[in-house]
Design a protein around this ligand. Structure first.
Ligand SMILES: O=C1O[C@H](COP(=O)(O)O)[C@@H](O)[C@H](O)[C@H]1O
Length: 229
């Protein structure tokens, strides 16, 4: 399926418009199911969007929030995606949302995988999923060259996997491709010309292992790319 691509005048407009779209989709899920699940990315791009979304007038007490992926670091680290969520989305009205943890203290992610997977099981697949993308065409923590990438891209992948990749300084936990692809709606949030070029490359035919974002671009659900310079 070819994604819809929305070009915004600037990053502020991108953050506000995407937050309105996601808010509407969450409300629709609440109307239908009485609850909703939202998956959001970490990293450097989504802060303004997450803060804008925290102001949405929703019954956040019925919304479960999870990350698309996490670095295996405690919240005291400024590399923690959970910390980003607490400082941005889980403020204002959205402070009432239920955060589904993607980190627990342990030596290795494998030690806590069963517990963290059990915590998200009843909330999958997400009703709404917003993903980031790197210039290397990774999304969530599905990195080219990562140790368990083939498994995470396969249709039978478990929902949550540990992942180690050459360019990633710490181990990761990531939602797998089949769970991400099964989301009710999919949004890709990107900024800057480097990511625009990476997206154009990923939209050409080729293996998902080389450009894991292709697993999302080819998803059966509607995919919208939100781009600003
Ligand atoms: O490491 C990560 O990278 C991607 C992209 O991050 P950005 O800093 O380029 O915005 C992000 O989507 C992912 O959630 C994060 O863990």
């Amino acid at each position: 399926m070819i994604p819809s691509i929305l070009h915004y005048q600037n990053r502020e407009e991108q953050a506000l418009d995407l937050s309105e779209i996601v808010s509407r989709e969450l409300q629709a899920a609440l109307d239908t199911n009485g609850r909703a699940t939202l998956a959001v990315p970490g990293g450097t791009t989504p802060g303004a969007f997450l803060t804008a979304l925290s102001l949405a007038r929703l019954d956040w007490s019925k919304v479960a929030v999870m990350l698309t992926d996490e670095r295996f670091v405690p919240e005291s680290s400024d590399r923690s995606n959970t910390r980003l969520l607490r400082e941005t989305l889980l403020q204002n009205d959205a402070a009432a949302a239920k955060l589904l943890p993607f980190y627990a203290e342990a030596d290795e992610p494998e030690d806590v995988m069963a517990t963290l997977t059990a915590g998200i099981a009843e909330h999958l697949p997400p009703d709404v999923c917003v993903l980031g993308m790197g210039e290397d065409m990774h999304t969530a923590s599905l990195f080219p060259g990562a140790d368990r990438l083939s498994e995470a891209l396969s249709p039978n992948a478990p929902p949550l996997l540990p992942m180690r990749a050459p360019g990633a300084p710490e181990p990761r936990l990531t939602l797998s491709a089949p769970v991400l692809r099964a989301s009710g709606s999919l949004h890709i949030l990107i900024t800057g010309s480097g990511k625009q070029e990476a997206l154009e490359k990923a939209m050409q035919d080729g293996p998902e292992e080389e450009a894991p974002i292709r697993a999302i671009l080819n998803a059966p659900s509607a995919v919208t790319v939100h781009y600003a310079d």
